[in-house]
Design a binder for this molecule. Structure first.
Ligand code: UD1
Ligand code: CA
Length: 482
């Protein structure tokens, strides 16, 4: 049920300078989705009356993600005045005039936060009727974070940013998590009073705490027990640490759901993936995007699947596959490369050093060795010979190859598309198939072989080849007795 007394503000306007990236910080990938999408998903669970997202840096790219995920979200463009305080000031101004309640402010770079922690914060705040309650955490290395300064009674006094802190303050291990709950009226009053007298010349949201205290309001800091929940992502080292932490949780979740994961340290699973029980995932595998894997399948080692569908009992070894469907009991790899829109039907095989693209391999059909199969349809029960290449591109357009049912093609063929090979047809080794092969025919177009006898003795006299040939010819002559 919608919490009519709650508005959520997500801060996403910062540049993320410490990332040193052309991609805005909040759009960097974490478990398959942008950092900010984790926060948006958590905010969504709260079902607040209003959700506001503040943007500025690369605003169009952020807005696209927000509108996709949170269509009812309100977008606010931060002006040229920098700082988290200014961002909240503008977000609050955008709330409907009739809204009166609590305002939850969440930094957009705190992706591991969960809705349960936020619900706990909201409950605590409403029970104690404080003007502001924020989440804090005790960190072994608090570098970069704002420090929680408590008074002699242990109450929250103010927050001092790392850059502005004294040596004594820097020694404080309790940090501001960047997650706050404010009463709207109190917040609005203090935002108007914010100054920019700090090392960055910004309006700091964190200064609201001291202002509230001085105006006689009560404020509180609520430490979380698991500091990971409030880990902020500022640079790529923190991003990889958070990714490792989240991946550990995801892997463990699937293990407890009945998936065998041999080596959690080298197995990466995106949030959107879905895996049935009794799937086995071998070391060095990445299950990315919205990949779905059915029961009994074996994946890896060293396999990457992006947005793929793997059927029951299929085997996929040392393979890279994108947007492909691997049917039940099919076998792929080792060393296969499935490019988008490859469909392998039940019991089909794409073997070693085979690349496929935009192709359907029918049930029970096999492409076992060293082939490129592009823009091709193979019927059922067919076998494509080793070293087959579909020549699908004439330099201007792509053309299709159609191979029928129960076809046997020879090794080292080229299928020059567009071309069709009828049901039950055969092709000889080394055939370049340029015209359609009717059902049941054998296609061969290789020139007859000529042996020029004695060529080596004449043209390479005295060479080791000539000596070897001479000896072989002598031996053969003795055997036949002349
Ligand atoms: C902030 C807090 C710090 C806290 C830390 C927790 C302030 C002044 N400091 O520091 O006390 O320990 O988070 O992770 O708030 N943003 C805007 N507009 C701006 C600037 C930032 O929307 O003008 C957004 C950013 O996109 C980001 C969030 O606010 O999502 C926090 O900004 P960031 O620069 O990362 O703040 P920190 O230095 O980490
Ligand atoms: Ca931050």
């Amino acid at each position: 049920m919608t919490d009519s007394q709650l508005a959520v503000i997500i801060l996403a306007a910062g540049q993320g300078t410490r990332m040193k990236s052309a991609t805005p910080k909040l759009l960097h990938n974490l478990a398959g989705i942008p950092i900010v999408s984790h926060v948006l998903a958590t905010a969504r669970e709260l079902d607040a009356a209003h959700t506001v997202v503040v943007v500025r840096h690369e605003r169009d790219r952020l807005v696209e993600v927000v509108q996709d995920q949170l269509p009812a979200g309100l977008i606010v463009d931060q002006d040229e005045v920098p700082g988290t305080g200014r961002a909240v000031e503008q977000a609050v101004a955008a709330l409907p005039a009739n809204f009166a309640g609590d305002v939850l402010v969440v930094n957009g770079d705190v992706p591991l936060l969960d809705a349960g922690t936020l619900t706990g914060l909201i409950e605590e705040h409403r029970r104690d009727r404080t003007a502001a309650t924020l989440l804090s955490a005790y960190l072994e290395d608090p570098t970069g974070y704002g420090r929680i300064v408590r008074d002699e009674h242990g109450g929250l006094d103010r927050i001092v940013e790392h850059r502005d802190a004294t040596a004594d303050e820097l020694a404080i291990a309790e940090v501001n998590a960047g997650v706050y709950l404010f009463g709207l009226a109190e917040l609005r009053d203090q935002l108007a009073a914010l100054g920019t007298a700090n090392s960055q010349g910004e309006k700091y949201l964190t200064d609201v705490i001291e202002l509230l205290r001085r105006s006689g309001s009560t404020v509180a800091a609520l430490p979380v027990t698991d500091p990971w929940l409030v880990a902020g992502i500022n640079d790529r080292a923190q991003l990889s640490e958070a990714a490792g932490r989240l991946n550990g949780l995801i892997v463990r979740g699937w293990q407890l759901a009945g998936v065998s994961i041999i080596d959690p340290a080298t197995t990466w699973i995106d949030l959107a993936a879905s895996i049935e029980n009794d799937v086995e995932i071998l070391p060095g595998s990445q299950i990315r995007g919205a990949t779905v894997i059915a029961t009994g399948a074996s994946i890896g080692p060293d396999t990457t699947l992006l947005d793929c569908e793997v059927g029951e009992g299929a085997t996929v070894k040392r393979t890279d596959a994108t947007l492909s469907v691997i049917g039940a009991f099919a076998s792929v790899g080792p060393f296969a490369y499935l490019r988008p829109n490859t469909i392998i039907e039940e019991g089909g095989k794409v073997g070693t050093f085979v690349e496929t693209k935009n192709s359907r391999i029918g049930a029970g059909s096999k492409v076992p060795h060293l082939s490129y199969i592009g823009d091709t349809t193979v019927g059922v029960g067919s076998n494509v010979g080793a070293g087959t290449i579909t020549a699908n591109y004439d330099g201007v357009n792509k053309h299709r190859t159609v191979v029928g049912d129960h076809v046997r093609t020879g090794s080292h063929n080229v299928f020059v598309a567009p071309v069709r090979i009828g049901n039950g047809a055969y092709t000889g080794a080394g055939t370049v198939v340029r015209k359609d092969v009717p059902a049941g025919s054998l296609a061969i177009n290789v020139a007859p072989q000529r042996n020029l006898e004695g060529w080596v003795a004449t043209n390479r006299p005295g060479s080791v080849a000539a000596q070897a040939a001479d000896a072989a010819l002598d031996a053969a002559a003795q055997e036949t007795g002349d």
